[in-house]
Design a protein around this ligand. Structure first.
Ligand code: AMP
Ligand code: MN
Ligand code: MN
Ligand code: MN
Length: 279
């Protein structure tokens, strides 16, 4: 069975590697099929595709949209989308505007708790990349306000902290609509990361299905096997397909390496059945 890593980031958004280096690292790590799923951007796909062709990997066109479910920020991965579809082009333009507005708000909020120059600092670090909280986090680390990325999120940027601005994002159902319009499969990303009770997770998955979502990211990076089993059951019960991916951002973090994650439980229907010929 070919190794599928269907959730990865390049420096087009908040990853470190450029699209070509990402694909070549994936090759070195034994990945056969890679989806580049940058946050709210499709700008890296053409470069990743060229690299994948040269190295003999299959590239799946992907994206990871930010959205909300009620007050909770959620991520919806779109797989096998048409990146040139007008709906996607409009969606990424819309998300870019939100990210700009949000970055300003994050900067203002951090200033209120005594962190100066954060917007300018994060912008300088982001350069041409889609700006996000990790760029603010890197600024906090570089200026010595915190000791590391983890602390930056814990103290300033994570859920409920001053830099956590999420009310601007579209509803989860809008992101699903965009993906479907572009011929793609909507995947609920890393369900474990939302830290929901079982009941709330079920409610989220029910609404996700209702809105046209097709798959659950049953395996995300290094998660406990009990979590994988629980997600696999949830997917099966709901008739959802299962996806898997590392959510790779940065090299040499063993818990988030390309192609390095648990196996998908046998009862799952792999999401690639939706686009690959039956094997
Ligand atoms: P944003 O897209 O601006 O909402 O930022 C979300 C991104 O921040 C995620 O995709 C992760 O890459 C990163 N992130 C979230 N939590 C943490 C954390 N605790 N430590 C490091 N990075 C994180
Ligand atoms: Mn990220
Ligand atoms: Mn995510
Ligand atoms: Mn991601």
């Amino acid at each position: 069975m070919p190794v599928h890593d269907l959730h990865t980031h390049s420096n087009i958004s908040d990853g470190i590697l450029d699209p070509e280096s990402l694909v070549s690292r994936a090759k070195a790590k034994g990945v056969d099929v890679i989806a580049l799923t940058d946050h709210d951007s499709v700008a890296g796909l053409a470069r990743a595709r060229a690299s994948a062709r040269d190295l003999g990997l299959q590239l799946v066109n992907g994206i990871e949209f930010s959205g909300v479910w009620g007050k909770l920020g959620v991520h919806i991965v779109g797989l096998d989308i048409d990146p040139g579809h007008p709906v996607i082009l409009e969606a990424v333009a819309h998300q870019a505007e939100i990210r700009e507005l949000r970055a300003q708000k994050i900067g203002e909020r951090l200033a209120r708790v005594g962190v100066t120059g954060a917007l300018e600092g994060a912008r300088a670090i982001a350069g041409d990349s889609v700006i996000g909280r990790p760029h603010f986090a890197r600024y906090l680390v570089e200026t010595g306000a915190v000791t590391g990325m983890h602390q930056a999120f814990k103290k300033y940027l994570g859920a409920g902290k001053p830099g956590d601005v999420k009310n601007l994002w579209p509803d989860m159902s809008t992101a699903i609509d965009w993906i479907r319009a572009a011929g793609g499969v909507a995947v609920l990303a890393h369900p474990e990361k939302y830290k929901l009770t079982r009941t709330r997770l079920r409610a989220l998955v029910a609404d996700f299905c209702e809105a046209g979502g097709r798959a659950l990211e049953v395996v995300s990076g290094h998660q406990e096997s009990g979590v994988t089993d629980c997600l696999a059951r949830l997917a099966t019960e709901r008739g959802l397909y299962a996806s898997c991916g590392s959510d790779f951002h940065v090299p040499d973090q063993p818990w988030q390496e390309l192609g390095a994650f648990g196996t998908m439980p046998a009862a799952c229907k792999p999401v690639w059945q939706l686009w690959a010929p039956a094997q």
